[in-house]
Design a protein around this ligand. Structure first.
Ligand SMILES: [Ca+2]
Length: 509
């Protein structure tokens, strides 16, 4: 029935569902369910088979339904001034598992792709709008709305979602999981920190942890090339020149890993020297001026604070070849950090980013709206309850420097006094992958639902690998990714490195 992975997920132990007819209540009857602070607005059975449906909110307008589901839309009033809109997609063929999914960017959109993916893999999947509608909702100025965004929406979808699941199927879920990337990755780490009982297994991709410094770093990347006055700035680097920069980075660093394939396996080994691109009397095209060279040197250095302390890791070299400049180097302030500073941190819609500096970043970290930082290394409660955490990060990430995932891993190790976190927390680094997906690397491994060329095993699908770890104790050593051209590569778990032996890449300590 379902279009992916049925034979594989059935290899993992599960309790077969009761038939639809013997369920305690039909789908539509869920509308009469009474839950705390919750209104169930609609409950409709959808036969699936890739039906396109209309969805509420200002984000997408439509969503695809792959599996046959009971679709439940509900609203949870989290306080008198905040509410979370959410949907539960309850598949006819349920394997007993619960799945909460996260959001992207500044949230505000139910991630229908993710809940469709989850329900097509026979999870009862729940996602929310993260407490506000769309990415520029003015209600974001309300502190309780920020609290929903920072920590509460995913907790609410877990608590209320699990009750809806139990009412519909007549029995509670067996295991609970979480799936998200970027902002969704941060939400997953936040769940492990704040609500360790909510999920047995958490898959948190490219997590936007250390949020306040991430937002500040995004602004600084724009400022380095002249934002917000890029039109008159000598350091602005136009689109065509980024092509030149990208080619030079590959020239200097592609072969460091032993193979010239357009992928820099370990960007930390790449010490890109932009000065070779300096214009001269002999070289007047495809070259850069001194202010442009100076801007590049800043972009590829870590962001340091006023006492030279590390605030945020550097932009990964090799990312420019992925079109990274389109995100941060267009000459403006990244819209996401523009909203965050003006609406949430400074509460000043007229703030002039010409006045942005390290003290603005320090202020944001001090205010820490909603406790959003998500940079606490104490996962002991999550570990103690038997939770398993998998994170992954592309090494050519256009949005979030991959160094932050190494840094968070090391923070947890240091905080918990453990040299090796393998028993409950594994980080997989993905060479050549962009933000959460895409890129030249072997970037298809089941982290999203639309990857039909992922390898159909619990080692080729990272969500199934997590299930296998939680339910069978089979921890993943590597994750096999597939590239767009069908080639495959095993992704190593940190701190192992991916090393070329002359014929293939191997994971080595
Ligand atoms: Ca290479």
């Amino acid at each position: 029935m379902s279009w992916i992975l049925d034979p594989i997920i059935s290899l993992i132990n599960y309790v077969p569902d009761v038939s639809q007819d013997s369920r305690p209540i039909p789908c539509a009857a869920l509308q009469t369910l009474r839950l705390e602070n919750t209104v169930i607005t609609t409950a409709t059975h959808i036969p699936g088979d890739k039906v396109l449906i209309k969805v509420p909110g200002s984000c997408s307008g439509a969503a695809l339904v792959t599996a046959s589901i009971c679709r439940v839309h509900f609203i949870v009033n989290t306080t008198s001034t905040s509410r979370v809109h959410a949907e539960a997609w309850l598949p006819d063929e349920w394997y007993g598992r619960f799945l909460g999914v996260g959001n992207r960017g500044v949230g505000g959109c139910i991630d229908y792709d993710m809940i469709d993916y989850g329900s097509s893999l026979h999870f009862a999947a729940v996602g929310s709008d993260n407490g506000h509608d769309g990415n520029d909702d003015p209600s974001f100025a309300e502190p309780e709305v920020v609290n929903d965004f920072a920590f509460r929406a995913v907790h609410v979808e877990a608590v209320i979602g699990k009750q809806i699941v139990e009412a519909y199927y007549g029995r509670p879920h067996s295991k609970s999981y979480y799936l998200g990337c970027s902002t969704g990755g941060r939400q997953g780490i936040q769940a492990a920190l704040r609500y360790p009982e909510d999920f047995d297994g958490i898959l948190a991709g490219a997590p936007a942890v250390d949020w306040n410094h991430l937002m500040g770093w995004m602004v600084m990347l724009g400022i380095y090339i002249g934002a917000p006055n890029a039109a008159t700035s000598p350091s602005v680097i136009l689109f065509e020149l980024w092509e030149v920069v990208a080619a030079e980075i590959m020239k200097q660093c592609d072969a460091l890993d032993g193979v010239e394939d357009g992928i820099i396996t370990e960007p930390d080994d790449c010490h890109f020297k932009p000065s070779v691109l300096l214009c001269s009397q002999d070289k007047t095209t495809d070259c850069l001026t001194e202010p442009q060279i100076a801007a590049l040197e800043k972009i590829y250095q870590p962001l340091l604070g006023s006492k030279k302390e590390l605030l945020y890791p550097r932009y990964d070299p090799g990312t420019a070849v992925m079109g990274g400049w389109l995100l941060y180097f267009r000459g403006d302030i990244m819209p996401m950090s523009d909203i965050w500073y003006k609406t949430v941190v400074l509460k000043d819609p007229n703030f002039d980013f010409s006045n942005f500096n390290l003290s603005t970043i320090a202020l944001a970290e001090k205010v820490n709206p909603g406790g959003i930082s998500t940079f606490d290394g104490d996962l002991s409660a999550f570990k103690k309850r038997g939770g398993k955490l998998i994170t992954y990060h592309g090494r050519a990430d256009t949005g979030i420097a991959s160094g932050i995932s190494k840094r968070y891993y090391n923070l947890v190790a240091e905080t918990m006094g453990m040299r090796n976190l393998d028993s409950f927390y594994r980080l997989f680094l993905v060479p050549g992958m962009s933000h959460c997906m895409g890129g030249r690397g072997a970037a298809y491994f089941g982290q999203f639902g639309f990857e039909t060329n992922a390898v159909n095993t619990t080692r080729g699908n990272i969500l199934l690998a997590l299930v296998d770890w939680v339910e069978n104790g089979a921890a993943p050593d590597t994750i096999v990714g597939t590239a767009y051209d069908g080639t495959q590569r095993s992704h190593c778990r940190f701190p192992q490195k991916s090393v070329w032996d002359g014929e293939k890449f191997n994971c080595q300590v």
